[in-house]
Design a protein. Structure first.
Length: 222
């Protein structure tokens, strides 16, 4: 979620409720996260509501690690959640959320699979010598190898290699390392699948074979 974006509808999370499906989407304009889960509910038409950042953080705290069922009551300007001893009410953001389906890249033909924890460590170590302002790292992809490179205005450089499953053509692409590390931190699987198309297209990160969550990160020009 964005923090204080002038595009106020980004400063929250989209809850979309369709028949037998609950989907959550958040984006700050540079990256996007989406999670979809089947639920037993029937609605005549899709419901979309944007819950403010503060409401989402409070709600996730209240729901943390509890097996209690939660009931949601949707209004035109408020949402109410009731679970256990808590009833939580939040105002909604009045606005139109971006068409997230258009943002999710579907044409990537370069797929690599890496050990999640190992890749996160490599990125974190390399990032130490990245430009503090832009936090950019370059990924150079070649057969079964990913080279991670960073440098800064003090002419310091870092370079590390990590073995990956990949048999496509060579490609170099830049990313904000913080965005990649954030995704690798929240994924639960031991491995991560990254799908790329070209150096100017967003990367799609998800569990190998696709899970209930996916993450989109825009590239950087370095």
């Amino acid at each position: 979620m964005a923090q204080q974006d002038v595009r106020y509808y980004l400063n929250g999370m989209l809850l979309e409720i369709q028949s037998n499906l609950l989907r959550t989407v958040a984006t700050d304009g540079h990256r996007l996260a989406m999670c979809s889960r089947p639920i037993e509910v029937s609605v005549s038409q899709s419901q979309k509501l944007i819950v403010p950042r503060k409401g989402i953080l409070e709600l996730s705290r209240l729901l943390d690690d509890s097996d209690e069922p939660v009931s949601l009551t949707l209004g035109s300007s408020h949402v109410r959640a009731h679970t256990g001893d808590f009833t939580f009410t939040s105002k909604l953001i009045d606005g139109k959320f971006p068409d997230y389906e258009r943002v999710v890249p579907r044409n990537g033909d370069k797929v690599l699979i890496a050990e999640r924890a190992e890749l996160r460590q490599v990125l974190s170590r390399t990032a130490i010598l990245s430009n503090e302002k832009y936090r950019g790292v370059r990924l150079y992809l070649e057969e079964n190898n990913l080279k991670v490179m960073a440098n800064n205005p003090e002419q310091e450089e870092a370079e590390e290699n990590i073995a990956v499953e990949y048999n496509g053509g060579a490609m170099e692409v830049g990313f904000n390392v913080g965005y990649l590390v954030d995704v690798l931190t929240v994924l639960n699987e031991e491995r991560v699948q990254i799908t790329l198309a070209d150096p100017n297209s967003s990367a799609l990160l998800e569990e190998p074979g696709g899970g209930d969550a996916l993450y989109v990160v825009m590239p950087m020009r370095l």
